[in-house]
Write a protein that binds this ligand. Structure first.
Ligand code: ADP
Ligand code: MG
Length: 311
């Protein structure tokens, strides 16, 4: 056995519609199966921003137009997104494995991620979700449903939900068992369904856990060697988009922290990736994080490209 690797897939691995996704996952499966073929144990995590947004928006629109269509709570929308994204990914990976005569099983685990009900994020919701509303409608929703509504860049009002930090993964023992038995697991989809623990209950909360942080959490729990964050860029840059832009091959934890302080990474896109990479690389000696593009994943793990973050 070579390495245990958690691969976190970004938006470009899945596309913008179910039809597009079904096509795109064929390509997404290739670098994943490359890693498996080389003898690595691979665990797959993925984002769900556009997908959960689409489900939420469809259900909201349908129930606004037709009183017979029930409202779909946000955690349920997240669960739905894990289901259909997992279904596409697991079939694409299965097919790619069979094409290479690899007999392995792939499963998606509907995964809940535990958050702290006292997380500060609950006092300051930041993630916009769902449809745009007029100021009037927004006021009504705040009163009737207790939503927090915020104006979104001149386009109207949207519901905002908190983005709490992941504390634990409810299904971690199942994921571990599957991984230990050499099965391929898709887990913490969309950062996991956010739940709070109350006695014996896990209660879904309307929130969005950052998939980069949730992937980092499961990588720590599984004692992975690598966290690979696959996104739209081959490397991380400082002075990104400026004339003195510099693409980075390696980053120590201290360097990464200094660049974070200097504001080189955009919040909501590159910042959570670098933060997750730093957290993983500093969690235990020898752990490494790699940020690169989907296409360059196999080269990246060989040390030929990408940005490697290690202590
Ligand atoms: P994902 O869907 O994979 O999470 P995001 O779009 O959220 O992807 O984040 C990746 C994007 O972050 C890149 O495509 C790039 O445009 C942007 N980005 C912001 N700051 C940087 C930086 N310093 N270096 C590289 N990319 C950056
Ligand atoms: Mg992102």
């Amino acid at each position: 056995m070579k390495n245990k690797i958690v691969v976190a897939l970004g938006g470009n691995a899945l596309g913008n519609s179910p039809k597009e996704q079904l096509e795109l996952v064929k390509n997404t499966a290739k670098p994943i199966v490359d890693l498996i073929e080389e003898g690595n144990q691979v665990i797959i995590a993925h984002g769900n921003g556009p997908q959960v947004g689409m489900i939420n928006l469809s259900m909201e629109t349908a129930s606004r137009c037709n009183s017979k269509t029930p409202e779909m709570p946000f955690p349920e929308c997240g669960a739905m997104s894990q289901g259909y994204i997992g279904y596409h990914l697991q079939n694409a990976i299965r097919e790619e494995l069979l094409n290479r005569n690899l007999e392995m099983q792939v499963a998606t685990v509907v995964t809940q991620v535990i958050v702290d009900k006292n997380d500060d994020a609950f006092n300051n919701p930041t993630k916009p979700i769902g449809a745009f509303y007029s100021e009037e409608e927004a006021k009504r929703l705040e009163i009737e449903k207790g939503y927090v509504m915020k104006e979104d860049a001149g386009r109207g009002y949207r519901r905002v939900v908190p983005s709490p930090i992941p504390i634990d993964v409810a299904e971690k023992e199942i994921v571990k068992t599957l991984v230990d038995n050499n099965h391929i697991v898709i887990t913490v989809g969309g950062g996991g369904i956010p739940v709070i623990k109350e006695n014996n209950s896990l209660i879904g909360v309307p929130a969005v856990i950052d998939k980069d942080f949730a992937s980092e959490k499961i990588a720590e729990i599984l004692d992975a060697d690598y966290l690979i964050i696959l996104t739209a860029v081959e490397k991380v840059a400082i002075n990104f988009g400026k004339e003195n832009e510099k693409w980075l091959d390696t980053l120590t934890v201290d360097e990464a922290n200094a660049y974070i302080e200097e504001g080189h990474f955009a919040p909501g896109s590159m910042l959570p990736k670098v933060q997750a990479a730093v957290k993983f690389a500093s969690s235990k000696k020898g752990r490494k994080a790699l940020i690169t593009s989907l296409e360059k994943a196999a080269k990246g793990i060989k040390g030929e490209t990408g940005t490697l973050i290690m202590d």
